[in-house]
Design a protein around this ligand. Structure first.
Ligand SMILES: [Ca+2]
Ligand SMILES: [Ca+2]
Length: 635
């Protein structure tokens, strides 16, 4: 996904692409029009209240969650200054009346962080009245924002737009088909180049590779979102993704799209495929429906599908370090086993099929423990997943829910003890997708079936991971404890989900502020003052020039796409083939610590990903659900 180095090098050499004129204003307006109906509440933002945070002159800024804050929720903004100025207090002002409605103390001086010399957390959680406000500290004011129970309403459905746009096979956004001739087999027990139908699924990011590991994890997130928050999602699309209704929540339509592809990758009990296409894909920007890449079968024809052998793979210069198939097989087992539960009432035959597939996939993982990494070809980049017990734990946990067989519970528990904490938590760095999924649903799903003692033990593992991140987070005003590696936003969304799962299971609110800080970060409470989700909120500062063919070539909005996110300054400096195409609107917010560029040329921070967006959908559904529950309690 983010391995677009070669592509960028090619583009660098292509004078035509270099001269692509970006009509940014028109583009932004078009995006705003197209997204105008998406978010019920943010529509209330009157144009004259729209403020561009970056454009505001420093030396100090107040960063907020642009979606807004729920009345009963944690409410914190961050004040940062490039001057040695300090503050002691802040005020909350009602936009309509101009009156100060709340006064707060600035609290601890966090000092320097990233681009800022001084920084503070402005906590106004105690103020709970709905309305539209801005914050003021010294001479600095924040953009206006809402406090309202509906600030998350419709956001999960909005992010589903990006998933539909990523569909391979029939693409409902383009209303056209692509990659219909996938694929031909490699590494399998059948002769190489055997034609097999594996068309469908989702493109991984702005390239068009498709991975079992990310697709199965995304499918699990969508199914879990439907399971946990069924009332959040609407039905405004048909199964094929076109507008209409089919009596099924769109999130389940999307999960089904993923499941249908996963079934094609596990067509027999002894067959499991791990990947479709490879980095030969990285040959310049084009829409998926105009993909001319030739994998040896002719331009735009069949792409290779890699059999999960458990051995290192790579058809070109580079190879991965695969040791087994369990990391992929476990993800298939969990997605199928949850699907079997979800469809049990509405389609028994389908549920039985998923149940059968869950069992056979899980067995493949038992037979070949170890990791099944993605296969590189031209470049040395791949998803270097190093853990598999998390995947098998979740698979076994959900199979226990499905079957009631004690063996599955025991195995899930044993796997769970082998990796209590997802290892990136508390670390300063990790390899690309080394510890994936970025949080483990396994403890949560197993705890549902456990007695009080085991439940408490499993949930304490989440607490341990949260504590490790908190140790780092409490040192800075943004409460950042997530490492700035590639896809830091995906880790951020995942970490917020882990906090949510912990809070749901325990009722312990100790980490609510940390959880909210991670969500706020994604929506603008970060050094750059921008949301990291395309088009969300509709009137906010959100990415306008992401690393995507849809936006870059055709000015098509990529609504709901979560971009990779900020990386350490030294990661960015050492990347190959990276260059910014426009002057950096965020120049004064870059630092040696961390950078983020809203620029097509930065494939490391500004490329949306399918699986990160799927995690975001779960998280946003959780937020909307929780906001609704808080509002009920208040009544
Ligand atoms: Ca639907
Ligand atoms: Ca794993």
């Amino acid at each position: 996904m983010v391995t677009l180095v070669l592509m960028n090098l090619l583009i660098d050499q292509d004078a035509k692409h270099m001269k692509t004129i970006r009509i940014r204003t028109v583009f932004i307006l078009a995006a705003l029009v197209l997204t105008a109906n998406a978010i019920a509440y943010t529509n209330k933002a009157k144009p004259e209240l729209r403020e561009n945070n970056q454009a505001k002159k420093g030396p100090a800024w107040i960063r907020i969650n642009q979606l807004g804050y729920t009345p009963a929720g944690i409410k914190v903004a961050v004040w940062g200054s490039k001057s040695p100025e300090r503050i002691k207090k802040f005020e909350l002002v009602d936009v309509k009346t101009g009156k100060v409605v709340f006064k707060g103390k600035a609290g601890k001086d966090f000092g320097a962080y990233g681009p800022f010399r001084e920084s503070y957390r402005l906590n106004f959680t105690a103020f709970t009245t709905s309305g539209r406000y801005y914050l003021k500290a010294g001479k600095t004011t924040s953009p206006a924002f809402y406090i309202d129970k509906d600030v998350y309403k419709g956001t999960a459905d909005f992010a589903l737009r990006y998933m539909r746009q990523q569909r391979s096979g029939f693409n409902p956004y383009l209303k056209d088909s692509c990659h219909t001739e996938d694929g031909y087999t490699m590494y399998g027990p059948m002769p190489d180049s055997t034609i097999i139908d594996v068309s469908g699924g989702w493109h991984d990011a702005s390239d068009y590779l498709q991975y079992a590991t990310t697709s199965a994890n995304a499918t699990y997130h969508l199914l879990a979102a439907y399971r946990d928050f069924p009332g959040i999602f609407t039905d405004k699309h048909e199964a094929n993704g076109l507008e209409g209704t089919n009596g099924t929540a769109d999130v389940l339509d999307e999960a089904r799209w993923g499941l249908t592809w996963l079934l094609k990758l596990h067509p027999r009990e002894d067959w499991l495929f791990n990947q479709l296409a490879d980095d030969r894909d990285h040959q310049g920007m084009r829409l998926p429906t105009q993909d001319p890449v030739d994998y040896g079968m002719g331009k735009g024809r069949n792409r290779p599908v890699y059999f999960a052998t458990g051995e290192p793979q790579g058809l070109g210069k580079y190879k991965n370090r695969a040791t087994g198939v369990a990391s992929t097989a476990g993800k298939f087992a969990s997605a199928f086993a949850l699907a079997a539960q979800v469809y049990n009432k509405q389609d028994k035959e389908l549920a039985d099929l998923f149940s059968k597939k869950a069992l056979t996939a899980y067995k493949l993982g038992i037979d070949k423990p170890g990791v099944s990494q993605t296969a590189p070809n031209l470049a040395p980049y791949f998803y270097e997943e190093d853990n598999w017990v998390d995947d098998m734990q979740l698979g076994a946990a959900v199979l226990f829910q499905l079957t009631g067989k004690e063996d599955f519970f025991d195995q899930a528990y044993t796997f769970g003890l082998q990796e209590k904490v997802t290892p990136w938590m508390g670390a300063d760095t990790a390899r690309h997708y080394q510890w994936y999924p970025f949080h483990n649903f396994g403890h949560f799903d197993l705890a549902k079936s456990a007695d009080a003692k085991v439940k408490a033990e499993l949930i304490s593992f989440y607490k341990e991971g949260i504590e490790r991140v908190l140790t780092k987070a409490k040192e800075n005003a943004f409460y950042r404890g997530v490492p700035f590696i590639w896809c830091s936003n995906n880790l951020t969304a995942s970490f917020a989900i882990q906090n949510h799962l912990y809070r749901e299971k325990t009722g312990d609110e100790s980490y609510a502020e940390l959880e909210q800080a991670n969500i706020d970060w994604l929506f603008g409470c970060n050094p750059w003052g921008t949301s990291m989700v395309y088009g969300l909120p509709a009137n906010g500062d959100t990415p306008v020039d992401p690393h995507s063919a849809f936006t870059h070539l055709n000015q098509y909005p990529i609504d709901g796409g979560l971009v990779d996110g900020p990386v350490y300054g030294n990661i960015f400096k050492n990347l190959k083939g990276i260059k910014l195409y426009n002057s950096d609107a965020y120049a004064e917010f870059q630092s040696d610590l961390v950078v983020y560029h809203d620029d097509f040329g930065d494939y490391s921070t500004n490329e949306p990903t399918m699986d990160g967006t799927a995690s975001l959908i779960y998280l946003l559904a959780a937020k909307e659900f929780r906001a609704g529950r808080e509002a009920q309690v208040k009544k």
